[in-house]
Design a protein around this ligand. Structure first.
Ligand SMILES: CC(=O)N[C@H]1[C@@H](OP(=O)(O)OP(=O)(O)OC[C@H]2O[C@@H](n3ccc(=O)[nH]c3=O)[C@H](O)[C@@H]2O)O[C@H](CO)[C@@H](O)[C@@H]1O
Ligand SMILES: C=C(OP(=O)(O)O)C(=O)O
Length: 436
């Protein structure tokens, strides 16, 4: 935790254009995949955020040749990996500090037949098991052990063999990890109940450009014909759909006219329509999303007149990473909505802070909150608060920008894990936000 905080004076409408960063969760998969070949990989639209920079540093520590060729483009060459590094304290410390680092295991297994990883970090949003990853590796013929004293998972596999894997849940990072292990395995691997977020579609398409043979991309049934080797390629990250959703919420909540540039709309799935069901107007102009300044937005009811529920689900369902944003935006809508966070059990506790700001919310249980919108009749009040996780952090930031008076948000390292230069970009839209 750093001592940095954001001080925000809210209540001012914003205006202008904003360009979304490259997708964080895609970047963590793609950067892990550079370990699958010794040839040069050129990766563009890399977001300049803490989690991604830490993974790039970790790759460098392992011996990958990393070169930054411009602001958002890097080349990587994993021709000479230092396998001793994985025994070091430095690896334990750095590898454990972000969730995405777990995805180096699949590529390392595929290429070197063994891997180890400390229990990874990431958001403290409830229990986050890794069973799906390791059960998948086991099916491919690996042996693994978890040492509860050292917190290390060790996996050994001299001879990965393709097989049928029915995943116990559609885990995003789990699917990526197993796919990366299977591309160089012997024979055919079939993964059923695979996750299929755009992050994974992008990974699989890139792997195919490297010489892999994956079919079923975009579905929950992937078939992978193992190949002998993979070569280098170029790849560009999609815009971050979670950032795009966050900016839609920001515009609505602050009554601002904002254009989100080059969103790759067709990759956003159900996200735009979910915000539309909250009554938020958005227009597609070319490939930009234009959100007009809106004094009011009214939450739809279900067709039979009953209260709307917005719940998360694996893709193509609504991503859990935007539920906190939807919740905060609903506090200023007209109408009521039940927010049902099915995946994570501690992600809604931040509503305490919104209550302190004057929002009307009933936390029914750790997974469900009913929001009774204030219809902008009463503004939220600025307060001091601490950001518990990345998405709650941005939700609180949006709340603070809409609130009357001054707010201070501590523990902004959480926000900066995933949102690039957010204070500077918001200032460019006219926000009164400074780092203190
Ligand atoms: C680095 C990265 O990419 N992180 C994302 C990834 O995390 P990550 O890959 O860690 O998340 P998983 O997909 O494994 O699932 C997270 C949790 O959701 C539960 N679960 C999962 C699938 C399911 O159908 N039902 C269910 O309840 C699991 O038990 C698990 O505890 O996917 C999450 C779910 O979209 C996102 O919140 C994270 O931002
Ligand atoms: C939960 C998230 O990230 P991580 O999986 O890295 O903790 C997120 O991006 O919302």
């Amino acid at each position: 935790m750093t001592n940095d905080a954001f001080e925000i004076v809210g209540g001012k409408p914003l205006k202008g254009e904003i360009i979304p960063q490259g997708a964080k969760n895609e970047a963590l998969q793609i950067l892990s995949a550079v370990l699958l070949t010794g040839e040069k990989m050129t990766i563009g639209n890399v977001p300049d955020i803490k989690d991604v920079n830490k993974l790039i540093e970790l790759l460098g520590d392992m011996g990958v040749k990393v070169e930054r060729i411009n602001e958002d483009t890097y080349t990587f060459e994993a021709s000479n990996i230092d396998l001793d590094f994985f025994e070091s304290d430095l690896f334990k410390q750095k590898g454990g500090s972000l969730r995405g680092s777990v995805m180096i295991v699949g590529p390392l297994l595929a290429r070197f037949g063994k891997a180890s990883i400390p229990k990874p970090g990431g958001d403290k949003i409830g229990r986050r098991r890794l069973d799906t990853h390791f059960l998948g590796f086991e099916k491919l013929g690996a042996r693994f052990d978890y040492n509860a004293n050292t917190g290390f998972y060790n996996v050994d596999a001299s001879n990965l063999q393709g097989t049928y894997i029915l995943m116990d849940e559609a885990s995003v990072t789990g699917t990526a990890n197993i796919v990366m292990a299977a591309v160089l395995a012997k024979g055919t691997t079939t993964i059923y109940n695979a996750a299929c977020e755009p992050y994974l579609q992008q990974l699989c398409k890139m792997l195919n450009r490297m010489g892999a043979n994956i079919s079923g991309i975009g579905s929950n049934l992937l078939t992978i014909e193992g190949v002998e080797r993979l070569g280098g390629t170029e790849h560009r990250m999609l815009p971050d759909m979670i950032e795009i959703g966050s900016f839609i919420g920001l515009a609505a909540m602050t009554g601002s006219e904002i254009t989100i540039k080059n969103v790759q709309y067709k990759e956003l799935g159900i996200i735009p329509d979910t915000f539309r069901r909250l009554g938020i107007k958005l227009e597609l102009r070319g490939d930009d999303i234009f959100i007009p300044a809106q004094d009011h937005y009214e939450i739809e009811t279900f067709i039979d007149g009953s209260i709307m529920t917005i719940a998360d689900a694996p893709w193509p369902g609504f991503t859990p990473d935007l539920l906190s944003i939807v919740l905060v935006v609903a506090t200023q809508a007209k109408g009521s909505v039940l927010i049902h966070q099915k995946m994570f059990e501690s992600r809604l506790f931040f509503v305490d802070k919104l209550l302190d700001m004057g929002a009307q919310i009933i936390l029914c249980d750790p997974h469900r909150a009913t929001v009774i919108g204030l219809d902008k009749q009463v503004k939220l009040r600025g307060i001091s608060m601490t950001s518990p996780d990345i998405r709650a952090g941005v939700s609180l930031l949006i709340a603070a920008l809409s609130a009357q008076g001054k707010s201070t948000i501590y523990n902004i390292e959480q926000i900066e894990r995933g949102y690039q230069h957010i204070d500077k970009r918001l200032r460019a839209l006219g926000a009164d936000i400074k780092r203190v």
